[in-house]
Design a protein around this ligand. Sequence first.
Ligand SMILES: Nc1ncnc2c1ncn2[C@@H]1O[C@H](COP(=O)(O)OP(=O)(O)OP(=O)(O)O)[C@@H](O)[C@H]1O
Ligand SMILES: [Mg+2]
Length: 314
Amino acid sequence: MEIDLWTEKHRPATLGDIVGQDSVVNRLQKFVEREAVPHCLFAGPPGTAKTTAAMALARDLFASSFNRNFMELNASDERGINVVRNQIKNFARSLPAGNAPFKILVLDEADHLTSDAQHALRRTMESYATSCRMILICNYASRIIPPIQSRCAVFKFSRLSDDDIADRLHHIAEKENVSIDGEGENAILYLSNGDMRAAINILQAASSTGEIVTADIVFAISGRANPKSIGQMLGSAVRGDYNAAIMSLRQLIYHEGISPLDLIKQIHREILRLELENNLKMKILEHTADVEFRIAEGANGEIQISALLSTFGG
Ligand SMILES: Nc1ncnc2c1ncn2[C@@H]1O[C@H](COP(=O)(O)OP(=O)(O)OP(=O)(O)O)[C@@H](O)[C@H]1O
Ligand SMILES: [Mg+2]
């Protein structure tokens, strides 16, 4: 059975349907109006419409000749110099189809290309610039060699705001006939942290039970703790009620099955929201960093986190 992924099904087909990223979208729409696109570099965090924008730009520009003038390669599939030498060159040097002014080649995850491959790419970009414009996509622009950066118009994508994510979730929930309650929505926003793909995937997974999407369902399917439970655990520790804090910790790890590494990251987030005297907060944050490192290295989560909790009373 083919699984119908909502992120693909509801991927905006045109630039106008992308939510947020207003300044990026405005600039790209001007390119479409003028039928003039420079080489571009899209950089930003996951799930923020970089690939979507590249495809939507090409669709808006090429309309019916989209398939013949657009190619997408993923640099991390076949990293190295050969991709650049062969596939890219073959696509770039043939003439655009229909009456398209040029073709568009998207190189996703370009920051995974070795530096040699990037240097080869730089020459290809220049040699075939009249017939082919490239859109390089990466998470960090700093991993792209400067000579390529300077050949591109750079577009910085940002994490999406909770309002933008909520808008899109409502839109998709309506189309898919799913109901979410307010707490459920807040839970999705908390977990997705500005990543629209994550938000949509959580919504899809949480709705598979067919019931109304609540915070409990969202946290259960994602294997994360409700931040309220963490707040209560930290509250007990701050009040000096160490037994209650440890009981909550054991509940989270052993009954709710939260992985200690996920848990320490969530604890970190909640510490930032605690009202504590500054020096104490800084000390706790320092311990948190140690504990996170030790857990990542394989230390026992319960022992590490209970030691951390014991420092909350000052
Ligand atoms: N701004 C947005 N508006 C509407 N939908 C979005 C937006 N951003 C992401 N999405 C949804 O999330 C999915 C993933 O987005 P996309 O593939 O564009 O992310 P990306 O920025 O390329 O991330 P990555 O760096 O992980 O490749 C899309 O298919 C779409 O459904
Ligand atoms: Mg992408």
